[in-house]
Write a protein that binds this ligand. Structure first.
Ligand code: PEP
Ligand code: MN
Length: 263
């Protein structure tokens, strides 16, 4: 169902006044995790001012280690819902448990399925049964074909509002957290009708690498970007090293405008 043979025209995913896969580049930005109202609202103010149109923030954060901060959960969802009305921006947040799908889709505008859950079929089935747009991240070690087949679970459930997200894959390279697969963008464009966005933050693992990777993704034809921004990355509870500062993010947004105008 994700294949171009099945639907020759590009899918445009709509959330409030934002179109993903339309003519304009969509930037989704915000902190990795919602930490407090002050932190989320400050991040929202910054990213909105710089030109982002979707606010990101994790409420449920199962981490590699069970001893790391796991997110504010329900309180995080409430803060996201509050930020959405306060700033008039759709919000995206990750769902990790099929039992939370209903609850989360009441508070957020776009549901994110994390890389580690790309082949969690119970979760895909539950998310496919509801109507909110879904951003499906590519698994750490998944081929593009496996990724598109995972998207079929969402589409088969009746949800046609699916966005793909390349976030880097495992290779033998260790100087970045993951290897961003830029070639996934033209491959998806060739074989699928679904929009594709790129998350340079999780691929890079370091803020210094994020701008170049973001610009490369846009030049290669990505429909959007998902970028981690924190009001004060040094104090971030999660993923501070790969989060952009407010000024670095504003500068990147300026540069992206030039790249987007050229493609
Ligand atoms: C995230 O976006 O915060 C996240 C956990 O990403 P990934 O699933 O790509 O690791
Ligand atoms: Mn993160």
């Amino acid at each position: 169902l994700a294949a171009r043979e099945f639907k020759p025209f590009p899918t445009v995913v709509k959330s409030a006044n934002v179109e993903i896969g339309g003519r304009k580049l969509v930037v989704m930005a915000g902190p990795c995790a919602v930490e407090s109202e002050a932190q989320l609202f400050e991040a929202a103010r910054i990213v909105k001012k710089a030109g982002a149109t979707v606010l990101r923030g994790g409420a449920y954060k199962p981490r590699t280690s069970p001893f790391s901060f796991q997110g504010l959960e329900k309180t995080g969802l409430e803060l996201l819902a509050k930020a959405k009305t306060e700033f008039g921006m759709p919000v995206i947040s990750e769902v990790v448990d099929p039992r939370d799908v209903e609850n989360i889709s009441e508070s957020v505008d776009i549901l994110q399925i994390g890389a580690r859950n790309m082949q969690n079929y119970a979760l895909l089935t539950a998310v496919g049964r509801q109507k909110k747009p879904v951003l499906l991240k590519r698994g750490l070690s998944s081929t593009i074909d496996e990724w598109l087949t995972a998207a079929d679970y969402l589409l088969a459930g009746g949800n046609d509002q699916v966005i793909l997200c390349e976030r880097g894959i495992r290779t033998y390279e260790t100087s970045t957290r993951f290897s961003l697969d830029i070639s996934a963008i033209p491959v998806i464009k060739r074989f699928s009708h679904l929009p594709v966005v790129v998350d340079p933050s999780h691929a890079a693992g370091h803020y210094a690498l994020v701008p170049a990777m973001a610009k490369a993704a846009v030049a290669a034809g990505a429909d959007g970007l998902l970028i981690e921004v924190h009001p004060n990355p040094k104090e971030a509870l999660v993923d501070g090293l790969q989060s952009l500062t407010p000024s670095d993010f504003s500068r990147l947004m300026e540069e992206l405008r030039a790249v987007a105008a050229a493609v």
